[in-house]
Design a protein around this ligand. Structure first.
Ligand code: HEC
Length: 149
């Protein structure tokens, strides 16, 4: 696939991290059947020449970083950095508070994953690589008020 040049004021930090994410996906032969496409997130980030990037020494640390980055970029503007439904766009879309123990108790991991991959009403859908999706579900669990169970 041809790369799309970063046309619309690509955020430099986002590009860097997404580059790392792509490198990570490339190392992950077991799971990554499909790499993270720029169109998934409206991020003009795909660059060629990532083969030059050194292999990740600690994949799990990088995977955590990727999840944090995904949360910050894709979720926190609505749900807020800590998931309390207080991101800058929260009021506009009525983003729910994901820290509520009663919600956390009622929802399954599969349901969390399904909302993320399918979207619901004002909640957009996100096409994340399986590992990132799993990490995001863990991240949502970690937001539980009083700490994860
Ligand atoms: C544009 C704002 C927006 C963004 C960005 C967003 N969400 Fe949401 N999210 C919502 C809204 C609004 C709902 C409530 C949807 C509904 O049920 O009507 C929701 C619902 C959810 C739910 C289900 C809550 C429930 O009550 O069942 C989960 C889980 C969730 N979001 C996680 C995420 C994650 C993880 C991300 C990032 C990958 C994300 N959201 C990004 C707005 C957003």
């Amino acid at each position: 696939m041809r790369s799309t040049a970063p046309t619309r004021g690509a955020r430099a930090a986002a590009s860097l991290l997404a580059g790392a994410a792509l490198a990570l996906a490339a190392c992950d032969g077991s799971q990554a059947t499909r790499t993270w496409q720029p169109t998934d997130h409206d991020q003009p980030v795909r660059q060629q020449g990532n083969a030059q990037m050194p292999a990740a020494p600690a994949q799990s640390a990088n995977a955590d970083m990727l999840v944090s980055f995904t949360w910050e970029r894709d979720c926190s503007q609505c749900h807020g950095p800590g998931g309390r439904g207080d991101g800058p766009q929260a009021a506009m879309v009525h983003a729910p508070d994901l820290t509520r123990p009663e919600w956390q108790d009622a929802v399954t991991d599969e349901q969390i994953a399904a909302v993320v991959t399918q979207g619901r009403n004002k909640m957009p859908s996100f096409d994340l690589p399986p590992r990132t999706l799993q990490g995001i579900v863990r991240k949502v669990r970690s937001l539980r008020r009083g700490g994860p169970r």
